[in-house]
Design a protein around this ligand. Structure first.
Ligand code: CU
Length: 280
């Protein structure tokens, strides 16, 4: 077992499945080994000092203290290593995550809307355009409040709990929330982002291994928080197309809000009496 796998197991992390995850694992790994070295180093120094300056040998205190420069050099090297870790690795990696988003055309853009206690996903469908959403249209069958009168929303796909993405293609997830602050945490992809009501927070990652991964909520968001889990399935491009097709067919039949002859429950446009201010 290599040391990266060791540190993942020690921290209880699933193996990495994203293109940038190895860099995060390497920083984690280095930090832990460095902290272990500091722990043993300082512990040894502490024991040495206890013995070396014991009262029996030094009945009277020496008010001048240490005269050699060793401790200054040691302290300085520790600060230097920490500065290199922060400025050389952590900040550049973070900057890349928040500044260098893949171009929208190349990436798969998905809206993630969190709520107590599940994650909803909104995909734009074949036209590549997200339909308008309004809190006034929210109902049990229309959890995201898709506007039934917006043509861009006719082919949109809305799922709850399970999201499929194709392998080796960047995914941009735009996070928001319907109620409290949640956190969309994909441990295997080494990425997480808070879902905050009233905000749209984008995160991105590129899955590099097909498989089924766990999605969890990383913010204590209420009594059902422990059960706020979902599934991310990374498919081959063919499987992904099949899933899209299946979802599109399901959406055609199961979403009264978007089919023409639907029951009238969602027909009237946003009632003025909608109690939630702001919407999302
Ligand atoms: Cu939550």
């Amino acid at each position: 077992m290599n040391s990266l796998a060791l540190i993942n197991e020690f921290l209880g992390q699933p193996p990495n499945a994203s293109s940038h995850g190895y860099q995060i694992d390497h920083i984690l790994e280095f930090c832990h080994w460095f902290m272990a070295a500091l722990f043993f180093g300082w512990s040894a120094f502490f024991i040495f000092v206890l013995i070396r300056f014991r009262r029996r040998r030094h009945p009277r205190a020496d008010h001048l203290g240490v005269r050699s420069g060793i401790s200054t050099h040691l302290e300085f090297s520790v600060v230097l290593i920490e500065a290199v870790l922060l400025l050389g690795f952590a900040i550049p990696l973070w900057a890349k995550r928040v500044n260098q988003f893949p171009p929208g055309k190349e990436a798969l853009v998905v809206h993630v809307v969190a709520q107590q206690f599940s994650f909803n996903y909104h995909l734009p469908g074949p036209d590549g355009q997200f339909g308008r959403r309004d809190v006034g249209f929210v109902s049990n069958s229309n959890p995201l409040g898709l506007d039934p009168n917006d043509p861009a929303g006719k082919d949109d796909i809305v799922t709850t709990g399970e999201l499929h993405v194709p392998v080796n293609r960047p995914v941009i997830a735009e996070l928001s929330s319907k109620d409290v602050i949640h956190d969309f945490f994909l441990a295997a992809m080494r990425i997480a982002g808070d879902a905050i009501p009233g905000s749209l927070i984008p995160i991105w990652f590129t899955p590099i291994k097909t498989g089924t991964y766990e999605v969890i909520c990383g913010q204590l968001c209420g009594l059902g928080h422990y059960g706020m889990k979902g599934t991310l399935v990374v498919d081959t491009p063919q499987d992904y197309e099949a899933w899209l097709k299946e979802r599109a067919e399901l959406a055609g039949g199961a979403q009264p809000a978007t089919s023409p002859g639907a029951p009238a429950q969602n027909k009237p446009p946003a009632p003025a009496a909608a109690p939630s201010p702001g919407g999302e």
